[in-house]
Ligand binder design. Structure first.
Ligand SMILES: Nc1ncnc2c1ncn2[C@@H]1O[C@H](COP(=O)(O)OP(=O)(O)OP(=O)(O)O)[C@@H](O)[C@H]1O
Length: 304
């Protein structure tokens, strides 16, 4: 659905995107992560025809983003970070305006508006002024508006930023429902790494380059396995036992807790509990999070 080949963008002598190539499959939720200044907005602006690349090619739904801008724009919907609804208009008026901008035929407008409002559960509020909507309702209406012209690809730029946790969860529910019902390809940026877990695949961009691209599960596996936190009545003796008898990726002791990184925690723990001679007082298994992945690939927190 999206094909990016050797994409480069220079601002004067500054290289914001450096020879990036990757594809996004139809129906995929594709997470796009990177620290501030990594080049994400630049990439998204090129993908959505708002910015010209310096070199390289990008096609969306088979259309070239430079030579076939209109077809690309008809193929995409964008949910921006900031609210771009007209607060002095009702939900219906906002949606009608969008139908007109996008040339949705007059005869289908009412049906499409009802349809998208149903997806985000806002049918009851169709005639309410947007200024009376809560933050979460406004976000949902923006998502509905992004869907009105049946886009093949939906760009979601931090779709839940500034929303409370409950509303965030709700917005994600709608996004997942959409994926199931409409098989829309979604290109997502978020600073909430727990939310990025929703992605089928994630690309991490740093200093203009794609430094990792894979499923969240495989990205986490790549950083070397699970973390086991162990406490015993004699940590030094236990460390020696582990060193001599187990194959671990890393072993350390901090604040009376033994940290053990292992490839496969299930296999390790069952064998460990059976064979350890030093009395065990506690054991905790922690799977690596996307935060661990991000840190290990970029050396930085997502928001520096
Ligand atoms: N118009 C411009 N002229 C010069 N430099 C620019 C311009 N736009 C962006 N940059 C630079 O290009 C780099 C990439 O910026 P970009 O906005 O794409 O990053 P980002 O990954 O989206 O960051 P953030 O998460 O902070 O939005 C940054 O160093 C930025 O300062």
């Amino acid at each position: 659905m999206i094909e990016i080949n050797n994409l480069t963008k220079r601002y004067k002598s500054f290289q914001a995107v450096n020879n990036s190539s990757f594809n996004v499959e139809k129906g995929e939720i594709f997470g796009f992560l990177g620290p501030n200044g990594a080049g994400k907005s630049t990439t998204i602006n090129i993908l959505s025809t708002m910015l010209q690349p310096t070199s390289g090619t990008v096609t969306i739904n088979g259309y070239d983003v430079i030579k076939q801008q209109n077809q690309v724009r008809e193929s995409i919907g964008i949910i921006f970070q900031q609210n771009t609804l007209d607060e002095k208009l009702t939900a219906k008026e906002n949606l009608m305006l969008h139908c007109k901008f996008y040339g949705v035929p007059r005869a289908s407008r009412k049906h499409r508006i009802d349809e998208v409002l149903e997806i985000v559960d806002l049918q009851e509020s169709i005639n309410t002024l947007v200024e009376k909507f809560s933050g979460g309702m406004q976000r949902r209406l923006e998502i509905a508006r992004g869907l009105l012209h049946y886009p093949k690809v939906l760009f979601l730029d931090e779709p839940t930023v500034g929303l409370d946790p409950q509303t965030r969860a709700h917005v994600w529910e709608y996004i997942l429902k959409l994926k199931e019902k409409e098989n829309i390809t979604m290109f997502l940026t978020t600073h909430y790494l727990d939310e990025a877990e929703i992605s089928d695949r994630i690309a991490i961009m740093d200093q203009g380059e794609i430094i990792a691209i894979d499923t969240p599960k495989r990205l986490k596996q790549k950083i070397g396995g699970d973390i086991i936190e162990i406490t015993t009545s004699d940590n030094e003796a236990a460390m020696k036992e582990i060193e001599n008898n187990f194959n671990v990726v890393a072993l350390s002791l901090k604040d009376d807790v033994i940290y053990c990184k292992v490839k496969n925690s299930d296999a390790f723990v069952s064998e460990f509990i059976k064979t350890l001679k030093t009395p065990l007082t506690g054991l905790d298994i922690r799977k690596p999070t996307l935060n661990d992945v991000f840190l290990s690939f970029t050396g930085r927190e997502i928001r520096d």
